[in-house]
Design a protein around this ligand. Structure first.
Ligand SMILES: Cc1cc2nc3c(=O)[nH]c(=O)nc-3n(C[C@H](O)[C@H](O)[C@H](O)COP(=O)(O)O)c2cc1C
Length: 170
């Protein structure tokens, strides 16, 4: 599958089959994160793979009771091991680095026939306590991972005209 096909075909999946995810597929998804770019090649990230049913349920509860999270065979948590660095442009490095890596991982999951859904609506303190994430680390995103159940809907996008301009911001 080429990159554009993955970008075009991926959807947020909120229903999962009760089927295990093969460990070689999980490894390949993690490898996609490992190979991702980061500012100064810092790689200040840690990806947690959760399969324990009780922990997954707790994560779902910490994420505004989005119960489909706990129903997936795997939940991934994307963490930053450090959160103080700020780029010259003023943006926190960790949020950008970890988001790029997680986006790559979710695209790789799609290539492998697996569904994911970026989860940003969660109480970070609760997730940190459930997963034993240290105080200075941050949890940037969660995602369920598994074989898609029902067909995921195609969400609309703005047109190119609406989101692009040439030479200067208009
Ligand atoms: C930063 C971010 C946070 C998101 N948080 C949630 C979430 O908490 N729950 C959820 O169901 N979907 C969440 N989504 C998924 C978006 O709703 C979804 O990507 C968007 O509606 C477009 O649909 P698509 O992913 O199927 O193309 C999030 C996506 C992003 C990028």
């Amino acid at each position: 599958m080429d990159v554009f096909a993955a970008i075009k075909g991926r959807r947020s999946v909120r229903s999962y089959k009760d089927l295990e995810v093969e460990s070689d597929k999980i490894e390949k998804i993690l490898e996609a994160g490992r190979l991702s770019p980061s500012a100064n090649n810092r790689q200040e990230w840690k990806f947690i793979i959760v399969k324990d049913a009780e922990t997954k349920k707790k994560l779902g509860r910490a994420a505004m009771n989005q119960s489909f999270i706990g129903q997936a065979p795997v939940v991934l948590a994307a963490c930053a091991t450090e959160s103080k660095a700020v780029m010259l442009c003023g943006h926190p490095t960790y949020a950008v680095d970890v988001s790029i890596a997680f986006a790559y991982m979710l695209l790789e999951a799609y290539e492998l026939g697996l569904g994911t859904c970026w989860i940003g609506a969660f109480k970070e303190d609760e997730v940190k306590s459930i997963l034993g994430v240290p105080k200075d680390a941050r949890v940037v995103a969660l995602s369920p991972l598994g074989y898609p159940g029902t067909h995921a809907v195609l969400r609309p996008r703005k047109s190119l005209d609406e989101i692009t301009c040439f030479e200067v911001y208009r």
